[in-house]
Design a protein around this ligand. Structure first.
Ligand code: ZN
Length: 396
């Protein structure tokens, strides 16, 4: 009895400390690193044909690097390197016969009723806009933050999709991070990577927070929800300012759509990323993504008339003839465990878009440059719904 009484205040004290001090190291580790296990691939023994595998790697996942050193294809299966260097432990995955190829054509969900859609409003917005470098204004003009616009779009879209019978999850419902961790929780990791006293510590801790930990928390939310038929990552494009201290609008304005793929040399060499790639491939996510992505490209072109965006950085690969649909390896499109399509219409800092984007969501029409326009979120929803209607046609 006496003994127990003595321990109680200590436990309370421990509880208080846990709230005020830096988060538990396990939580920080889980926010930064994959917990995937190579055993997960065993479920796909004998499920995919050789041509399915090779086409997926050549066309979508690794069109510009030599992936065959990491994955040695034989007639009846593929030897997959599991480690960080070539020549280590390998796993053999058996192919199915080529007759399997037809079955690998898609099972397409029909109509919106019961369709499970995740809407991921890109970035965080609100007070986090400047930290995540998604916040700007021109002179005394209005503030535009990508994270605020994407939330307005996702909320409007969720209402419309639910009215059609879809089940919808938003990865965030406000301008509050989905992760419970904050920048200061990642200063230790930043010091471990860069060394004490490095001038880039704060910037790295911020990136680990708003990019890595936040995206992983959203992936967890999707998993807790029980998975989805599709996730739409909602974004707007923007170009870097030539002088960030005195931002000026530019004329370029365009659109593109991204699906997971185009792994680079260093990404394939990462065992975590190699495993994540393979799980997406064997689940056939790239087929759904290209199908839905193509339909969304078509509806973006019809509804906005925007020209295609051209990647010049070498980290993306075009999948269509027009250059609207690209494969690129982003964290969200790699770790959200469902087909993911990333939308990047309009450049928020282009002259024809800025004032209109700054107006946010509104009902009806407003005049910009002598032209009456529905709100940007409203037009965004129109083309998404048109593209999804084509992707998931109603049953006959
Ligand atoms: Zn974005």
């Amino acid at each position: 009895m006496e003994c127990g009484m003595r321990f109680l205040p200590l436990l309370w004290l421990h509880g208080l400390l846990a709230f005020s001090a830096v988060a538990d190291p396990d939580a920080i580790y889980r926010a930064l690193y994959s917990e995937r296990n190579w055993d997960e691939l065993e479920a796909f023994q004998g499920t995919a044909s050789r041509s399915f595998f090779e086409e997926a790697m050549d066309r979508t996942y690794a069109p510009i690097v030599d992936w065959r050193s990491w994955m040695q294809v034989e007639a009846d299966g593929v030897w997959i390197e599991k480690g960080e260097a070539l020549g280590g432990e390998r796993l053999f995955l058996r192919f199915a016969g080529e007759e399997q190829k037809d079955r690998e054509e898609l099972e397409v969900p029909r109509g919106f009723v019961g369709l499970r859609i995740v809407l991921d409003p890109g970035h965080i917005g609100g007070e986090w806009g400047p930290v995540e470098e998604r916040s700007f204004k021109i002179g005394d003009g209005p503030l535009v933050q990508e994270g605020d616009l994407t939330l307005a779009i996702a909320q409007r879209l969720a209402d419309r999709l639910r009215a059609l019978g879809a089940e919808v999850l938003l990865t965030r419902e406000s301008a509050v991070p989905t992760t419970g961790l904050r920048v200061e929780d990642f200063l230790g990791e930043a010091k471990a990577r860069l060394g004490e006293g490095d001038e880039r510590l704060q910037a790295l801790a911020e990136r680990l927070f708003y990019r890595t930990a936040e995206i992983r928390a959203r992936a967890d939310r999707i998993e807790d929800w029980g998975g989805a038929d599709l996730a739409l990552a909602i974004h707007l494009n923007a170009s870097g300012f030539s002088d960030p201290e005195n931002p000026e609008l530019h004329e370029a304005n365009d659109a593109h759509v991204l699906i997971n793929g185009c792994y680079l040399e260093g990404e394939l060499a990462s065992p975590d990323q190699r495993l994540e790639l393979l799980l997406r491939l064997f689940k056939g996510y790239h087929l759904q993504e290209e199908r839905v992505g193509s339909a969304l490209v078509e509806s973006i072109r019809e509804h906005t008339g925007l020209p295609a965006y051209l990647y010049e950085s070498g980290n993306a690969h075009p999948l269509d003839d027009w250059g609207y649909l690209w494969a690129r390896n982003l964290l969200a499109s790699r770790i959200f465990d469902c087909p993911v399509v990333y939308l990047e219409p309009w450049q928020a800092n282009s002259a024809p878009v800025y004032e209109w984007a700054a107006a946010g969501d509104y009902e009806g029409l407003r005049e910009f440059d002598g032209q009456l326009k529905p709100s940007l979120p409203s037009l965004y929803c129109d083309f998404v719904l048109a593209g999804l209607s084509k992707s998931f046609p109603m049953p006959e």
